[in-house]
Design a protein around this ligand. Sequence first.
Ligand SMILES: [Zn+2]
Length: 253
Amino acid sequence: MYKKLNMKLSFLSNKKCPICLTSFFSYIKLPTFYSQKLIENNFKHDINQAETLNIKQYTCPTCGANDRDRLYKLYWQNIISNLNQTQKYNFIDFAPSQSLSKYLKNIPILNYRSADLFMNNVDDKVDIQDLPYQNDSIDFFNCSHILEHVFDDRKAISELYRILKPNGIGILMVPIILSVTETIEDPLEKNEAIRWAKFGQYDHVRLYNKQDYINRIKSIGFKLTFLDKNSLQITDYNKNGISEKSVLYIVSK
Ligand SMILES: [Zn+2]
């Protein structure tokens, strides 16, 4: 009987967050507030067309990590395990998420720094369009869902390029909705309802077309690699709560 019960319980907790390593029955779905706002403001795209977004399995109930954070963790874990473990590597985590930040901070071979312009409790208060780091000084960076907020995204990308060491690597992600046929942007737009309508969020100033985003990254000089279902080597998408449509944008110099 106990065996049966155990089997039943293990079925109930068949999800496991790759960051906090706890098991549970289900991830928390993306708050309905978000889709309600999009409908209210007549946003014309369908977020089901988003490339890397797990609407049904969005947040870890234990650590609060979203599906992107979980994907990044699996990627960095693999990269870091293949490094020379006797060296130190400079890592900048822009607009850090709490759970991923905690994981990265505890990796002994990383000189980890969190960085943001507005967040409290970061190591460096920085404007990504004008970074205080030296040329060719950073081994790795994580920069996720920032470029769609900043006034001059090309300046931000060129700053990331400038600080990265040759052969350094970064994760450089923005929200991509596959049905968006051209990038629209207006960094001067301040009206939140208009921003919801045009860019899909109250604090976004642009909405990228995928190819245009790729062109902007490459025009600065970055090499760009996509990691998708064929190359990510994730053994269990469902357990990790990661969408099989996810694509990681990896830049290198
Ligand atoms: Zn978690």
